[in-house]
Design a protein around this ligand. Structure first.
Ligand SMILES: Nc1nc2c(ncn2[C@@H]2O[C@H](COP(=O)(O)OP(=O)(O)OP(=O)(O)O)[C@@H](O)[C@H]2O)c(=O)[nH]1
Ligand SMILES: [Mg+2]
Length: 394
């Protein structure tokens, strides 16, 4: 299954005319980056584009809270089909999480596929996963997302045989739809069990490599941060590496380890998957072993895009995810990146909020030497100075 789902297999190269209509319920009382906010919608647009979709339009409703049955209020939900026709959308994406029932009800009205932000992010991951481990993890996350959303192959389900309604002859009688649903569920669970086995083996291998490095006294620095902050670009600068960098979310899914030597002492730098607000919990669960690279490291180099207007919110999001994966206590060195394009007053404000942060440009290389020194000094302070190599060896 791993492979984009919204576009169908093989269409992930952006050559199809898959058009997305973005919808949102915006709650006034919510944070400035909640669903339906300017920030969140712009991000959803970027995510849709990263998945090869063309954004065809946006429909936002201001409302106290989403309707439990139809997400949008009934009036707006009724307009959905017209809006889909007008924008020639082939898929509708909600900027928030839809319950399985909300997605079904909206889909019945829209006449095209209706998914949520979570499904979109899973889809991007599916399209970008390259390694065996990455693919396994994405598929596990997809199954976790799909299980509660299976429909059993059609509407006949609850009508034939009365489903499981209490009272009368319906009890214990299962219609063909329900049996099909049971069968689909069982198949998915079996597949998930097999995938988990494979993922477990790969996680073990990862752990062994980590132990070997620790035995060799090589400290590990994990490069973490919001997606598109410039983590891979910074690893390239610090380690003279050649990792792929792209101006789109989730370019990196598979961790990459590179060695860096400063004053004769070596440490490893691990490039990792970026975070985003409302990162689907299915992904966090499935990618736990990859994400653990951060929790097992000696230092987290937290890269911030200082040119992002919501840099402070992004820092909070990253801290939240790090905490969730058990990496909250790992010592952190904050890096304010992209100072070549960030307005100086924004960099100053971030620097005031985080006085120990080091400001750099991974693109121009400005202040990268100072960062290398700062990382080495911090490792020394942490009692993990690294093993001496080459002519420095004692
Ligand atoms: N102007 C400028 N652009 C930068 C800088 N660092 C990175 N970029 C650009 O920002 C974009 C994202 O960079 P990446 O290194 O791919 O970012 P990432 O954090 O690894 O992103 P993901 O792996 O997708 O989470 C690319 O287009 C880079 O060229 C910088 O210091 N200045
Ligand atoms: Mg990257």
């Amino acid at each position: 299954m791993a492979g984009p789902w919204l576009l169908g297999p093989g269409d992930g190269d952006g050559t199809t005319d898959a058009r997305a209509l973005l919808i949102a319920v915006h709650r006034q009382d919510e944070d400035e980056d909640g669903p339906g906010s300017e920030l969140s919608l712009r991000e959803l647009e970027r995510l849709a584009e990263a998945d090869g979709l063309t954004v065809a339009g946006t429909l936002v409703q201001s409302r106290g809270r989403p309707d439990p049955a139809t997400y949008l209020g009934s009036g707006k939900a009724g307009e959905l089909a017209d809006e889909v026709a007008r924008t020639r959308a082939t898929v509708v994406i909600a900027d928030g999480e839809l319950t399985p029932a909300q997605a079904r009800n909206l889909q019945d009205r829209a006449g095209v596929r209706v998914v949520d932000r979570t499904a979109l992010i899973l889809d991007i991951f599916a399209g970008h996963a390259r390694s065996r481990e990455g693919r396994l993890q994405v598929e596990l996350a997809q199954i976790a997302y799909q299980l509660p959303r299976l429909r059993g192959g059609g509407r006949e389900m609850s009508r034939v045989g009365g489903g499981r309604t209490a009272g009368g002859a319906g009890i214990g009688v299962r219609g063909p739809g329900e049996m099909r649903l049971e069968l689909q569920r069982r198949r998915l669970r079996q597949r998930a069990a097999r995938l988990r086995e494979g993922a477990g083996e790969l996680a073990l291998r990862r752990e062994r490599t980590r132990h070997r490095r620790a035995r060799n006294l090589i400290p590990s620095v994990a490069v973490t941060g919001y997606t598109n902050a410039g983590k891979s670009a910074l690893v390239n600068r610090l380690a003279g590496a050649d990792l792929q960098t792209r101006d789109e979310p989730f370019a990196t899914l598979d961790p990459a380890v590179r060695r860096v030597t400063v004053d004769g002492r070596t440490f490893t730098l691990t490039d990792t998957v970026g975070f985003v607000r409302h990162l689907p919990h299915q992904l966090v669960d499935a990618f736990r072993s990859t994400l653990e690279e951060v929790s097992h490291s000696d230092l987290a180099l937290h890269v911030v895009d200082a040119s992002a207007p919501d840099a402070l919110n992004q820092i909070t999001t990253v801290h939240g995810v790090l905490h969730e994966i058990g990496a909250g206590a790992v010592p952190e060195l904050l890096v304010l990146n992209k100072i070549d394009i960030a307005p100086p007053e924004w960099v100053d404000a971030l620097q005031r909020a985080y006085p120990e942060a080091v400001a750099v440009s991974a693109l121009t290389g400005d202040r990268v030497v100072a960062l290398r020194t700062a990382v080495a000094a911090r490792l020394r302070d942490l009692g993990r100075p690294g093993r001496l190599v080459g002519r420095y060896r004692e």
